[in-house]
Design a protein around this ligand. Structure first.
Ligand code: NAD
Length: 464
């Protein structure tokens, strides 16, 4: 007889709610279920949205200072639970514990940041004539937000929506990915326990298409904030757009690293290794193509091979990721490219792969791999490297390595990505926007623009 697994209910209107249906949460390293989460029905979606609507008028009417203080209490409560939440990510997603701890620590910083931003939400009064006449221009929370998030950064991508939305005065219904729901649910639980009122933050675990459709078509939802694949983004946009809901779509990338001829190759290799293989390649900001001057190609590869031999990856989080990894490498080989590494190691683990001799038409340089594959592509002139960087229809994160900063910044400006990192690999800070350009999305998260994404503006014109 199988052991009874611990069950985690929905969070609706500040309370834990059991459901008729439950879904297993599995450890990708062993394939064994270790917990169950509630599977929300369309009726549960309706209850959560109604609770959010009931709460939103009072929440958006709180003063910015009051809201900031409430979010700061949430941030401190999250700090206290960071270790437990990182363990959950490690268990349900297979992310190495150190990477999981870093994800939660950075997430806590984002909540602290938006606690401060809430307090800095100013209205303006533009006087015209005397006696109090003029124009008040004031920010107002957009309303009820549905946050639909993926499994690869299950905590960060909830927080990037939740924290600025709360700061703006919105209520949020979170729909985590079914592959990794526990850590995201724990964040919502902590938000409720920290004293945010009922209905302000809800969490609906369950089937993606079922809960996603019920949320994105619900008349009580004002905005859908989605992070995930382009395929699902198009489906969600098809539901939300005709209903004129605000929409943000944060999608995949195909990260280019442009190595300029005066680059420090140690730094370039460090960036390629760190960002090519972080989270077993299952990161939207991955380096997927390294564009290196032909004259430096062999020196780069020599250093890269030394470093890649030291890389040990966690298990792939999903079976479809494993299958895609094999398929992409088979496609590259069939088209004449050379693949080093990449083999199956058992227990859902694969070795990191290095691919040379791949060009347009080879799938792994045309479409987001989302597996641990780095392609090294030599170039003749810097303009060719920039053209290749911008060739696939993605524009999330790019990287540049070069000694002359003016040249490196010129290249960064020519790369059509929402974020470009020069001479290093740390991408995200709470105070700067993270945006997908072109096929990588619509809108942005983090920074001041990431707060304004949850704001609607009102002009109150006082004439007499
Ligand atoms: P996904 O699109 O399969 O799922 C994302 C969310 O949508 C999940 O909550 C899922 O349950 C839900 N969903 C799935 N099918 C649905 C449907 N038919 N209708 C409504 N909702 C549905 O994505 P994933 O596999 O979880 O995540 C991987 C993708 O996310 C990659 O492309 C990655 O690059 C991207 N990503 C982007 C960013 C960013 O900030 N731009 C960050 C992380 C991941």
């Amino acid at each position: 007889m199988s052991a009874v697994l611990p069950r985690h209910g929905l969070i609706i209107d500040g309370a834990e709610v059991a459901t008729a249906e439950w879904m297993d949460v599995t450890d990708p390293g062993t394939g064994a279920a270790f917990a169950q989460v509630a599977a929300a029905s369309p009726g549960d979606v309706d209850r959560a949205v109604h609770a959010a609507r009931a709460a939103v008028a009072a929440w958006r009417a709180t003063s910015p200072v009051e809201r900031g203080q409430a979010i700061a209490r949430f941030a401190r409560a999250l700090d206290a639970e960071a270790g437990r939440i990182a363990e959950l990510i490690h268990r349900e997603e297979g992310k190495p514990l150190g990477e999981a701890q870093a994800e939660v620590a950075r997430g806590c910083e984002v909540v602290h940041h938006f606690a401060g931003e809430a307090e800095r939400l100013w209205s303006a009064f533009l006087p015209a004539g005397g006696g109090g006449r003029g124009s008040e221009v004031r920010p107002d929370g957009i309303g009820v937000v549905a946050a639909i998030t993926p499994w690869n950064f299950p905590v960060a991508l909830v927080i990037w929506k939740l924290a600025p939305a709360l700061a703006a005065g919105c209520c949020v219904v979170v729909k985590p990915a079914q592959e990794a729901p526990l850590a995201a649910r724990a964040v919502c639980e902590v938000a409720n326990q920290s004293g945010l009122g009922p209905g302000i933050v809800s969490c609906l675990t369950g089937d993606g298409p079922l809960v996603g459709e019920a949320l994105a078509t619900h008349p009580g939802v004002d905005k859908v904030a989605f992070t995930g694949s382009r395929r699902v983004a198009e489906i969600i946009a098809g539901w939300a757009s005709p209903r004129l809901k605000a929409l943000s779509l944060e999608l995949g990338g195909h990260g280019p690293l442009v190595v300029i001829d005066d680059a420090d190759l140690e730094i370039a290799v460090d960036v390629a290794i760190s960002q090519g293989y972080a989270n077993a390649g299952q990161a939207c900001y991955s380096v997927n193509r390294v564009l290196v001057p032909r004259a430096l190609e062999q020196a780069f590869l020599e250093k890269f091979r030394t470093r890649v031999a030291e890389v040990a990856l966690g298990p792939m989080a999903t079976d479809r990721g494993l299958v895609r990894h094999r398929d992409l490498l088979a496609d590259a080989r069939a088209k004449g490219a050379t693949v080093e590494g990449g083999e199956d190691l058992g227990g859902a683990r694969v070795a990191p792969a290095l691919v040379t001799g791949a060009g347009p038409g080879v799938r792994l340089v045309d479409e987001e791999p989302f597996t641990p594959i780095v392609a090294v592509m030599p170039y003749a002139a810097l303009d060719d490297a920039i053209a290749e960087a911008n060739r696939p229809d993605y524009g999330l994160v790019g990287y540049v390595c070069g000694h002359d900063l003016r040249r490196a910044i010129d290249v960064a400006h020519a790369i059509e990505c929402g974020t470009v990192v020069i001479n290093g690999w740390r991408v995200v800070v709470p105070y700067a926007p993270y945006a997908g350009w072109r096929g990588s999305g619509i809108g942005c998260e983090l920074g001041r623009p990431g707060l304004e994404a949850f704001i609607r503006w009102q002009h109150v014109r006082v004439l007499a």
